[in-house]
Design a binder for this molecule. Structure first.
Ligand code: FAD
Length: 475
């Protein structure tokens, strides 16, 4: 086992940081600490960067583990894309436009915005939204205004659930399904009845009621791995960060001289090492954080284990022909939630059936289906896609497979806000990051990037270092 030198920060030119975890939070923290002039090593247990947002090969196809989208209001993730030179590869639609297909009535509606100021930007779309009655549309408008008036800083909001608040504000089951859950399930990874009012209010206020363009949707036109692994690695290399993959940290402890020892044991891929650091950012999921955090770093470390997780399931279907003209749509009255055209991003045209199309069906809050066998999912979803997409009825299915992420996000249940720790721990020089930490955002790429910025910012401030090119809004 090798060990790095143990000189004090005064004797060394630059203070040393070790970031554990190469998801978006860890990559961000590493970039930000390097931009702030620190000597940074990033350690990631897997053979790639990107954490929960990654790609893999299936034959010639490049597959994302799950469809990821972001909104124009995700300013930190947009900063991240810019920082890794990836903005042009994950553009945002010019104006919010979501096709919403009612499977039972076979009717298409659209959630669109205009250039008018908030809340008028959505008024026309709501007024003509065919999936709700006139009374329901009026009530939705009223509830949106009530939501706008909520104070996100009020901790009581986190204690109650969004579903009961919607019912109290006159929302019918249909309005919840056709509007509130349509957006909420995809962004929160929970139905309204199981989501914290605080997090739901944050999503709807920020996305739909802050700025006319806030909810315009962006998504990668290339595999996620090209952004979060390839381009991120390039940015880390040019920032001078040493990145070590297949390097799983097993312990973090305080040394006698007040520094940190980060231990990687010997294994099939690693010769083992102990790194000495002035600053450690632990950017791993909550359970791993619980196991690695030294005692006393948080007041009640065991509370991290109360932050539950929620699954997301993706069904991938390769057809022999084009069955969907839109880049994506969402469905009502169907088990299908959101469907995306993945043809270009996956490289299907170079390798698959000529003129074929690859769709990803993204199923959030998938507790009931996450462990179902592929055959059962195939039997349920292929006929359902045929019901929604007439062109799929005569099409041949070349491939059908499933990606299951059982711990895709933290569960946004009422009360979760009180369990999410801030970046700064009680142990000097030790910080936590991750989408699950106290960013105020649900478990998103935005939350992950914000958490990485907050951790780096706190570390740099403690050391009296300049903040480099840090994203300003997050800290
Ligand atoms: C299927 C799916 C769909 C999603 N859809 C969206 C979406 O549409 N929009 C959106 O914004 N977000 C979405 N998300 C959520 C988003 O992907 C995550 O919130 C975000 O990527 C989390 O990043 P993170 O860095 O906080 O954590 P992670 O990605 O979990 O990164 C933690 C990293 O730490 C590493 N690690 C763990 N233990 C150790 C150790 N001991 N030593 C070294 N390394 C370790 C892990 O290997 C991992 O790479 C989705 C997630 C999934 C799974």
């Amino acid at each position: 086992m090798s060990s790095t030198g143990d000189a004090s920060p005064d004797e060394r030119e630059r203070p040393v940081a070790v970031v554990v975890g190469g998801g978006l939070a860890g990559i961000t923290a590493a970039l930000a600490l390097a931009d702030g002039g620190m000597d940074v090593t990033l350690l990631e247990g897997r053979p790639r960067l990107g954490g929960l947002a990654f790609s893999f090969k299936r034959g010639d196809l490049t597959v994302d583990n799950g469809q990821h989208v972001y909104l124009r209001c995700c300013t930190a993730y947009r900063w991240f894309l810019d920082r890794i030179d990836g903005t042009s590869l994950a553009p945002v639609q010019e104006r919010l436009d979501v096709p919403v297909l009612d499977a039972e009535k076979n009717r298409l509606g659209r959630l669109r915005r205009t250039a008018l100021p908030v809340p008028l930007h959505l008024a026309r779309s709501l007024a003509t939204y065919p999936h709700l009655s006139l009374a329901e549309r009026v009530n939705v408008g009223r509830a949106a205004l009530a939501l706008k008036g909520l104070d996100l800083a009020d901790p009581a909001l986190d204690e109650r659930d969004f579903g009961s608040w919607l019912a109290e504000h006159g929302q019918s089951q249909r309005a919840i399904e056709a509007l509130w859950d349509l957006v909420g399930i995809a962004t929160l990874n929970a139905v309204a009845g199981e989501a914290s009012l605080g997090l739901a209010a944050m999503v709807f206020k920020t996305g739909l009621l802050s700025d006319p363009g806030a909810a315009d949707i962006g998504w990668a036109r290339v595999p996620l791995g090209e952004l979060h692994d390839t381009l991120a690695r390039k940015a880390l290399d040019s920032a001078g960060v040493r990145t070590e993959l297949r390097t799983r940290v097993t312990s973090i402890s305080r040394t006698d001289n007040g520094r940190w020892a980060v231990e990687v044991p010997e294994g099939p891929d690693s010769s083992g090492q102990i790194l000495a650091a002035d600053t450690v950012v632990l950017a791993v999921p909550q359970r791993e954080t619980h196991d690695l955090l030294p005692d006393g770093a948080l007041d009640d470390k065991a509370r991290l284990l109360d932050i539950d997780t929620a699954p997301i399931l993706n069904l991938h279907v390769v057809y022999d022909r084009k069955v969907l003209k839109q880049p994506f749509f969402t469905a009502l009255g169907s088990p299908v939630q959101w469907v995306f055209d993945r043809t270009e991003a996956s490289g299907l045209h170079a390798s698959g059936p000529a003129g074929g199309q690859y769709l990803a069906v993204s199923q959030s809050a998938a507790q009931d289906e996450i462990d179902e066998p592929v055959a059962a999912l195939r039997e349920r979803y292929l006929p359902e896609l045929e019901r929604l997409l007439p062109a799929a009825r005569g099409a041949k299915v070349h491939d059908f497979f499933v990606t299951r992420e059982r711990t895709a996000t933290f569960a946004p249940t009422p009360g979760v806000g009180a369990l999410r720790p801030a970046a700064r721990t009680g142990a000097p020089g030790l910080y936590v990051a991750g989408a699950w930490t106290a960013t105020g955002w649900p478990a998103t790429m935005e939350s992950a990037v914000r958490s990485g910025v907050s951790a780096a910012d706190a570390a740099l401030a403690t050391l009296g270092r300049p903040r480099g090119h840090l994203f300003r809004e997050a800290a």
